[in-house]
Design a binder for this molecule. Structure first.
Ligand SMILES: *Cc1c(COP(=O)(O)O)cnc(C)c1O
Length: 380
């Protein structure tokens, strides 16, 4: 990977401008004598709540745990029960599905809309049953999965709306969320964010957060993430240890300040790719009408399945790494073969065979983008 001129994502380049600040804050944290919780985590929580325009944000260990804590908290609150159905896009990352099944809930998979790669109102409607209690909306590739039609369905059917915003921090929906926030993570009743190093805002290790408008959910998640205790040595739930590391909170507090610029630069870069790539064999992603609806966690093109390997090799021969998000959808993974036996999701399967993610990062400059686009255009 590293011998390539363009690795898929150059994390060193992503974080380079923060090295000095990170070192100083790390040194202070090492000398502080306090290594769990504390002001760093509290200030991260306040900062993130502001960013998402929601009353509560709770830093946790990672994005998967954020999702799991939300589902577990709804079970503690008696609002979800084992075997309740949760509608979710079939083309999502496995973590979305893991969180649902870890909680003993039943994922009901639906093919996405071909233009957005996300769930459509029509798709959601087709999957509703008398056991549907919740919907997990995944903002795939950084594009927010929300509009007024979806809003109407969830209110008609009183669904709990959980957002997997792991890829979408900073995105802003045109339509108002359930509680008036337009921001990714704060669209539904609760949202999960990830700060895995490759995400738009990445820590230097694992980190995640739960964002919610529901005070009861917030206090339940807080307790569940800390052994189920509401105060020291008093356990009201059968909890977990999913706390956010304060050192990661320090790094994230620094990086969150740059969120707007990161999002703007990613939108610019996606626009440049879409202007420069003109190869008829390569299908470019649709852009949302309102550009702020996507923060382009990935820029994903499609190419006929039988040409994909040759396309990837062609780019590699030009020193350009690509990735595939995701080569095998959850319902075809060995661990879920039984759960989804006999089910097929034709569009999801086709996307898995055709998609290619191009290098994307706010550090890419005009030369980088024009070099990569030329290589794409020279593919025959
Ligand atoms: C990254 C990601 C997660 C999980 O986040 P982690 O911090 O890696 O646990 C969940 N859902 C989606 C869509 C993701 O991209």
């Amino acid at each position: 990977m590293s011998e390539l001129r363009y690795p898929f994502l150059d994390l060193k380049r992503v974080n380079e401008s923060y090295f000095k600040e990170f070192s100083e804050i790390a040194e202070k944290a090492i000398g502080s004598g306090r290594y769990i919780g504390g002001e760093a985590v509290d200030s991260f929580n306040r900062h993130l709540a502001l960013v998402c325009n929601a009353p509560h944000a709770i830093g946790v260990s990672n994005g998967l745990d954020a999702l799991r804590l939300i589902f577990e908290a709804y079970k503690c609150m008696g609002m979800l029960c084992e075997h309740d159905e949760v509608i979710v896009a079939a083309n999502t990352y496995i973590a979305s599905i893991l969180a649902i099944t870890h909680a003993g809930l039943t994922p009901v998979l639906v093919d996405p809309d071909e233009s957005t790669f996300n769930l459509s109102a029509k798709g959601i409607k087709s999957a509703l049953t008398h056991r549907t209690r919740a919907i997990l909306l995944v903002d795939l590739y950084g594009r927010i999965n929300w509009d007024n039609q979806i809003r109407q369905i969830v209110s008609d059917h009183s669904l709990i709306v959980i957002e997997d915003a792991a890829q979408a921090i900073g995105a802003e929906s045109e339509a108002e969320g359930m509680y008036k926030s337009h921001k990714a993570g704060a669209i539904g009743h609760a949202g999960a964010l990830s700060f895995y190093p490759t995400k738009n805002i990445g820590a230097l290790g694992d980190a995640g957060a739960v964002v919610t408008h529901d005070q009861k959910l917030a206090s339940t998640v807080r307790a569940l993430a800390n052994y189920g205790s509401d105060r020291r040595y008093h356990n009201i739930h059968i909890g977990f240890n999913c706390r956010l590391d304060p050192l990661q909170a320090e790094f994230l507090n620094i990086k969150l300040r740059g969120l707007e610029s990161v999002s703007r630069r990613r939108i610019d870069r996606a626009n440049i790719y879409s202007n420069l790539i003109i190869n008829p064999l390569v299908r470019k992603p649709d852009h949302p009408i309102n550009p702020e609806e996507s923060v382009w966690h990935q820029y994903v093109v499609r190419i006929d399945a039988d040409k994909r390997e040759r396309f990837v090799d062609h780019l590699r021969s030009h020193g350009i790494a690509t990735d595939i998000h995701y080569p095998t959808p959850p319902h075809l993974q060995p661990c879920y073969r039984r759960q989804f036996a006999g089910q097929s999701f034709p569009l999801t399967e086709r996307l898995a065979a055709e998609c290619v993610s191009l290098p994307m990062g706010d550090y890419l400059n005009a030369n980088d983008l024009s070099f990569i686009s030329s290589a794409i255009n020279s593919f025959k």
